[in-house]
Design a protein around this ligand. Structure first.
Ligand code: GLN
Length: 245
């Protein structure tokens, strides 16, 4: 009887241990910068919502995991995922060769276009007019990198997020803002006196980023993502936030 009790105790402890392991393994921690509508933004209840949050939640559910989102500066995201502080980044993040040196990207789930926001009365009419102008960008984004490369470091004014760059445009501190098209539309809708130039700067692919070690998680993510593309879930999530023109 004593032996049986001891065995039962060991079993109970082992099960409890496995249980703990499972709960911590079953959380997928996503890093993002929740100031990039409609991909990620904060709602009136302080929840992070948007296309990336919903895609990540759908993928996590398919993988049998629970999603947790951590909000941070866009510039910190690559370090956060490569150091393991988060498991994955979804942040309207563009796939670039330079970023591939630090992270692995999933299959792409959306397309982005770098566009130019100006004030309605601006003399800037196309990309060519940006020479010699003050360009507001979000620090560390592809818009920042391309503009600094094409127009020079001095031409670029860096802000922590798109909303601050747009504020600087409204205050006359910069002549234009270069940013991804969907947030651009959201900012122009939310603020009077702004417009988006008809000429597009650069087209890009958005994907989720993983640490170099997380190859199994990346494979599982891609598998779940492709199933969710095939059954229409991804299109439905994107369609909920972006109305077809
Ligand atoms: N797509 C841009 C990039 O990856 C901007 C993303 C963002 O600001 N969240 O650099």
């Amino acid at each position: 009887m004593k032996r049986f009790l001891a065995l039962a105790l060991v079993l109970v402890m082992a099960l409890a241990f496995v249980g703990c392991g499972e709960t911590s393994e079953n959380v997928l921690t996503m890093g993002t910068n929740a100031a990039f509508p409609p991909y990620e933004m904060v709602d009136e209840n302080n929840n992070i919502i948007g296309i990336d949050a919903e895609i990540a939640a759908a993928v996590a559910k398919k993988m049998g995991m629970k999603l947790e989102i951590k909000d941070m500066a866009f510039e910190s995201l690559i370090t956060a995922v490569s150091s393991g502080a988060v498991d994955v980044v979804l942040a309207g993040m563009t796939v670039t060769e330079e970023r591939k040196e630090s992270v692995n990207f999933s299959d792409s789930y959306a397309t982005g276009i770098q566009v130019v926001i100006v004030t309605e009365d601006s003399a800037i009419a196309s990309i060519d007019d940006l020479v010699g102008k003050k360009i507001g960008v979000q620090s560390g984004t592809t818009g920042d990198i391309y503009c600094a490369g094409d127009y020079g470091e001095d031409a670029v004014s860096r802000y922590d997020n798109g909303a601050l760059a747009v504020q600087a445009l409204l205050n006359g501190q910069v002549d234009c803002v270069v940013i991804d098209n969907e947030p651009a539309k959201a900012f122009v809708t939310a603020n009077e006196g702004l417009k988006i130039l008809g000429t597009e700067y650069i087209t890009e692919e958005y994907a989720a980023a993983f640490g170099k070690e997380s190859t199994e998680l990346l494979d599982n993510f891609n598998k779940a993502l492709s199933e969710l593309k095939a059954d229409g879930t991804i299109d439905a999530i994107i369609g909920k936030y972006i109305k077809a023109e």
